[in-house]
Design a protein. Structure first.
Length: 159
């Protein structure tokens, strides 16, 4: 996908998170990094309930953007589509302390689970029934939940 394609539609801009998904290699990591930075910079401007609303809205708008962009590029889950990483990393970041070490741990653990795709993430990623925008978003939700669980256990053990 080209940068011009990423900016050819508002839905593509959303799906590529302002074109960050076009960066190579490892576009998912670039998209996650862009979202991670946005959250880290803006974290103090919004209370948790506002971030929760932003994450939920991003999930549903992202699913629609994934559907439209995938249709336009004719690839179900093109690597340039990174809005799924965006809402998921924000969710993980919201669950750990706002300190740099914990925020970095959120980034690394989410990327690990997103890349490895442990069940049920693999199911949502591969099952034909979920070859749509909702499936794209759900596999990252599963990875985010796995990262949250790991980080939650880590926080308990470090107390």
């Amino acid at each position: 996908m080209s940068l011009s394609f990423a900016f050819s539609s508002g839905w593509h801009v959303i799906a590529t998170f302002l074109g960050s998904g076009v960066l190579r290699p490892a576009s998912g990591t670039w998209g996650t990094l862009a979202a991670w930075i946005v959250f880290y910079v803006l974290k103090d401007f919004f209370p948790v309930y506002v971030w929760t609303i932003i994450i939920v809205v991003t999930f549903f708008v992202g699913a629609r953007a994934c559907d439209i962009t995938a249709h336009d590029i004719q690839v179900h889950d093109h690597s340039s589509i990174v809005i799924d990483e965006v809402f998921a990393i924000w969710l993980v970041q919201l669950t750990v302390p706002y300190t740099l070490p914990w925020q970095l741990a959120a980034f690394v653990s989410f990327r690990f689970f997103d890349i490895v795709k442990i069940q049920p993430a693999r199911y949502f990623d591969t099952a034909p029934r979920w070859h749509n925008g909702m499936g794209v978003m759900l596999d990252d939700l599963a990875a985010a939940v796995q990262a949250i669980m790991l980080l939650g256990i880590s926080q308990m053990l470090l107390r």
